[in-house]
Design a protein around this ligand. Sequence first.
Ligand code: A2P
Length: 398
Amino acid sequence: MTLVRQHLIDPEICIRCNTCEETCPTHAIVHDANNYVVKHEVCNWCGDCFTPCPTGAINGVRMVSTPWSLDDQFGFTSLPPDATPEEGGIEMPAEVARLAAIATAGEGGTVVAPRSAPKAVVNLFTPDNPAIATCTGNMRLTDPDATSDIRHIVLDFGQTVFPVVEGQSIGIVPPGVDERGRPHLLRLYSVASPRDGERPGYNNLALTVKRVVREDNGARKLGVGSNYVCDLERGAQVKVTGPYGTTFLMPDDREANIVMVCTGTGSAPFRGMTERRRRHMKDVPGRLLLFFGARSRGELPYFGPLMKLPKSLIDVELALSREAGQPKRYVQDAMRDRADDLAALLRSDKTHVYICGLKGMEDGCREALAKICGDHGMAWAEEWERMRGEGRFHIETY
Ligand code: A2P
C-alpha cells in the first residue's frame, strides 16, 4: 500500500491564534469555528508555518493511506494515529521528521531562540485544564483623556506553578459562550514581567492589554477578550493557559546587546526584558536600545516609569506620531536617526534585534535596517540570514 504524508493540526493543542493561516504562503491553511485545518493538495511543505506556531500544534505530520478530507479535519477532536504497521509501517521519512522537528528544535535559516536563552516551558495548561489565577492589579496606563485604554494587569497564581520567561505569552479564556453557543476561544497576551514575576517573591505576572473597540457598520463592537481582561476586578478568578513561545526569548548573555522596536502594547515583552536587566544584570556590558512608537506621550504605556530608567540601563528613543506641535514620527524614522549607532551594533555578533507590535511597521523596520546596513557597507540580506540562523532576529507582529 502506498502511504502519503499529510500535514494536520492538532486540535487538542491548537489555540486558534490564526498565526499559521496568516503565515502560509500558499493559503493551504483554513479554519471554521471548530478547527484549523490543512488543504492536503495545496500544502507544499515549505515549513513556513512551523516555527511561528506558539504551541507546536502545527506539528501534526501523519503517514496515511488516504488523506483526511477538510470535513474530516473540521470534525477532529484529536489527531488520528499514523497508518498502522500492517498498512505499510509508521516510520517517518527523514524529510517529514525534519519538518516535524523544526517547530521545537529549529535549524539554520528558520526562527530559533537565542543560544543563551533559558529553556522555555510550554503547554502546561490547556483550555480543558487551565490554571486558575487571581487578578491582583488592574491599572490604566494611558492618560485619562487618551483615546486608547491600555492596562497593566497583574495575575497571581497562588500555589500553582506557572513558569514563564521574558518574551513568552499566556492564553486567557474569556468566560461564557460565543454567538453559536460555544465556549470562547482563548486569547494570547505577551507577558510584561520578568521570569521572577511582577513582584519578586510572589507567584505572579503582568500583562499589557489594550481594550479593543471596533466600528462595525456604525455600531461599536467590543473585543471579547480584551474587554474581559481590561474590566477584571481585583479578586476575579481567571482561566489561564500556556505558557507559550519558544523563540522570542531574551538572551541570558551578559554581553548581548538588545535592540527592541515596538509600538503600543508590543512593548510588553520588552518591559519584561528590561526589568530582568534592571533587577539582575544592571552592570553588564550588553546594551539595551529601545525604539518605542505611540501616538503621543499620553498614549504610550509605561511612559512615566520608562522615562525614569537610568540612561546607563537603557537608551530610549520615542517615536510619536500625533504629538501636538511635533512632526509625525514612526519607529523606522527613529531608527534612521540613530543609523550610526544601529550600524555599529549590527556589526557585533552579540547584537539581537526584536520587533513587536503593529503588523504595518514590519516592512518599514526591515527597510530602515536594510538602508542603514547599505549606507554602512553591510549587506542586510546576509546580515538578516545570519542573525536569524543564530537566533538574533525576532519579529512578533499582529
Ligand atoms: P499613527 O498615528 O499613524 O496611527 P496605535 O496607537 O494604533 O496602537 O499605534 C501605535 C503607533 O504606531 C502610532 O504612533 C501609530 O501611528 C504607529 N503606526 C501606525 N502604522 C505604522 C506603521 N506602518 N509603521 C510604524 N508605525 C506605525
